[in-house]
Design a protein around this ligand. Structure first.
Ligand code: PEP
Length: 266
């Protein structure tokens, strides 16, 4: 069985004091050794202090991004090895905000964010540095309405994992995050999530073989809250959650973790 995994993406929220307070409250709310993996993903600048804060807890650390080059004249960038050195286990790559919100706009006002090729280069760098990438994929509302969801997910999986050789299913995590569900309060239904996850697993099987695909964790992300976590996590191919807004409040994040544990009967 795949070990479920719940991660909190803090995005550009909290400061050092509130981040520390959140971790110390989580410490009191989480079981000493939960039967699932749990991680927080603070901004880069807080990775070292947060590594200290979670040191004697079951909480692992993830970064929100890394650069694909290993060193050199890349002002403001952070390499995968640098991220690893802070104590991170994971790195989120290709989050929809990096694909669709952050970046220069073209003439029609569309953001030119990260491409699948850029994400694949980061993914290869992350794996070489010993990090487990959490590769985010997901369709926009327009693409869903046009019935293009599966085509978009296939394209993103193929493109974002180009050139990746996988020697164990635990070395990669996928997050299915429909863009229309992120930060909107509108989550995918459990049926929509399961259908997308099943499709993704099928694509991973074509790419890496059925045995490997069956072991790769696929998180759902998009307005996960304590009250919808159980029904979403009950779906067979939903192996946990990537949580944005609700990961900023200890009671909500702990509620989602508990919901995941219950849904999986652990
Ligand atoms: C996210 O940013 O990955 C996310 C899923 O955000 P939220 O939970 O706030 O929708």
């Amino acid at each position: 069985m795949r070990r479920p995994f719940v991660a909190g993406n803090w995005k550009m929220n909290l400061d050092l004091a509130t981040g520390r307070a959140l971790v110390s409250e989580l410490r009191t709310r989480l079981p000493a050794s939960p039967p699932i993996d749990v991680a927080i993903c603070p901004p880069h600048i807080y990775l070292f202090p947060m590594a200290k804060a979670v040191a004697d807890t079951p909480i692992r650390l993830g970064a929100q991004n890394c650069f694909h080059e290993s060193s050199g004249a890349f002002t403001g960038e952070v390499s995968a090895a640098m991220v690893k050195e802070t104590g991170c286990t994971y790195v989120i790559l290709g989050h929809s905000e990096r694909r669709h919100t952050i970046g220069p706009k073209d003439a029609s006002g569309r953001v030119q964010g990260e491409t699948d090729a850029m994400i694949a280069a980061k993914c290869r760098a992350a794996m070489s540095a010993g990090l487990v990438p959490i590769v985010c994929v997901g369709e926009t509302l327009e693409e869903r309405d046009r019935d293009q969801t599966e085509a978009v997910l296939s394209r993103q999986i193929d493109g974002s994992l180009a050139g990746i050789a996988l020697d164990g299913p635990e070395k990669l995590v996928i997050a299915y995050e429909p863009v229309w569900a992120i930060g909107t309060g509108r989550n995918a239904t459990p049926e929509q999530a399961q259908a997308a996850h099943r499709h993704l697993r099928g694509r991973l099987a074509e790419r890496f073989g059925r045995g490997m695909a069956d072991g790769i964790r696929i998180q759902y992300g998009g307005s996960v809250k304590p009250d919808n976590a159980i029904t979403l996590m009950k779906e067979a191919d939903v192996d946990g959650a990537l949580v944005g807004g609700a990961s900023l409040k200890a009671s909500d994040f702990a509620g989602i973790i508990e919901g995941c544990i219950r849904a999986k009967g652990l």
